[in-house]
Design a protein around this ligand. Structure first.
Ligand code: GLU
Length: 381
């Protein structure tokens, strides 16, 4: 199946340790170079690319020549501390061939689960993309303990993909897709080309296969798929074993595509519309209400009053001067800042708050009007 790379705006690619690191020889530089050539191909097709790469522990293990048994937590952490430096340097050099800067981002579970940290991580990654860099993301293995670990980069990659509203998550694996059984072992095993929903039947087919270098079997890949699809991100499982894995994939190579039913923006709007307990509200004048209906963002100039308690990133109600609830949205400023800039022109924000403006009070992609919310409910029925 040929799917054009240019149909995606933002792609997250997850690279497993086994693809990048050979137990005996260490880093597979040729493979990494071919991957980076493919990243360049995607960038030239107009896609933004983020890499979620494993390999820190495997590289560190090799560097320290640690025994090939399950490592103790502190051993993996020490291995990751050294391995991550080698990993980041390797990416930086390989991407440098195409004049891209690599930006290392190490995340722990809390960074994607806690609102403040989530917003922070998202802003950093978005800024890296705006600056033209290629974010290289991994779990912060040196500090993550077993209770606060993702433990596998499939789910980390899915959380990152929804966090940055990517439209595609590519899981490069040691197998070329999702199979109904174990290839070569179970009779009549077939590879799915396309899956539109991860049903219990599909889940029952996932064995927990994996090589000793990688932890991600199909079970975690399906979990990643659920996270991604719920956030409006499509996912594809493809083989990364050959050189130029992304070129092969987008030329119609074997793979299993998991299609998200909606876009990341629609998925986010549904989540916003579904929030019940709203801590605060923003009262807006008629001009602003007209602008919102016309599809614009909510600017501070149209705000007459700010009520209640809320922090940056909370969902707040949008209310007319007459008290009619017009909709709700994810607010870019906390209550104190929002009150200070209410009624002001956008170019005054910097002087008033003493920080660079975050633009609209509520961006149109983060805003749902009541009329839109009713439409969403109908389309779900
Ligand atoms: N974060 C780990 C590493 O870089 C890998 C986790 C995984 O393979 O999913 O070694």
């Amino acid at each position: 199946m040929v799917v054009a790379a240019s149909s995606f705006k933002r792609i997250v690619i997850k690279i497993g340790s086994a693809l990048l690191v050979d137990r005996e020889a260490g880093l597979k530089r040729n493979w990494l170079n071919s991957l980076c050539a493919d990243v360049n191909m995607l960038r030239e097709a107009g896609c933004e690319v983020l890499l979620v790469s494993s390999g820190a522990i495997a590289l560190g293990r090799k560097q320290f020549e640690l025994p090939l048994r399950v490592l103790k937590l502190e051993e993996s952490q020490a291995a990751a501390a050294t391995g991550q430096i080698l990993l980041a340097r390797a990416y930086s050099e390989a991407l440098g061939e195409y004049d891209y800067q690599a930006g290392q981002v190490l995340l722990t579970l809390g960074d994607t689960e806690e609102r403040r940290r989530y917003i922070n991580a998202r802003e950093t990654i978005s800024t890296l993309l705006k600056l033209g860099a290629v974010p290289i993301i991994n779990e912060n293995d040196t500090v993550a303990t077993s209770e606060i670990r993702y433990g596998d980069n499939d789910r980390l990659a899915a959380r990152v993909a929804t966090m940055v509203s990517a439209d595609l998550l590519v899981l490069l694996s040691d197998i070329d897709g999702f199979y109904s059984g174990i290839p070569g072992k179970d009779a009549d095993t077939r590879r799915f080309d396309r899956i539109t929903e991860i049903t219990p039947e599909i889940e029952a087919m996932a064995g927990d296969a994996g090589t000793e270098l990688s932890k991600g079997g199909m079970v975690t890949k399906l979990e990643a798929g659920k996270i991604a699809m719920a956030g409006g991100t499509s996912m594809v499982i493809a083989s990364g074993k050959e050189l130029h894995p992304l070129k092969l994939l987008f030329n119609g190579g074997n793979a299993t595509w998991f299609d998200a039913k909606e876009t990341p923006v629609t998925a986010r709007k549904k989540w916003i519309a579904g929030q019940i307990e709203l801590g605060g509200s923003i009262v807006i004048d008629k001009g602003a209400a007209r602008a919102l209906i016309g599809g614009k963002s909510l600017l501070p100039a149209g705000v007459t009053e700010v009520k209640g308690e809320f922090s940056r990133g909370d969902v707040v109600a949008i209310v007319s001067v007459e008290g009619e609830e017009l909709g709700c949205g994810l607010v870019s400023y906390g209550v104190r800042d929002a009150s200070q800039i209410a009624g002001c022109q956008s170019d005054e924000i910097e002087t008033i708050l003493g920080m660079t403006s975050r633009g609209a009070l509520i961006h149109r992609d983060n805003l749902v009007l009541r009329t839109q919310a009713t439409k969403m409910e109908k389309s779900d029925a």
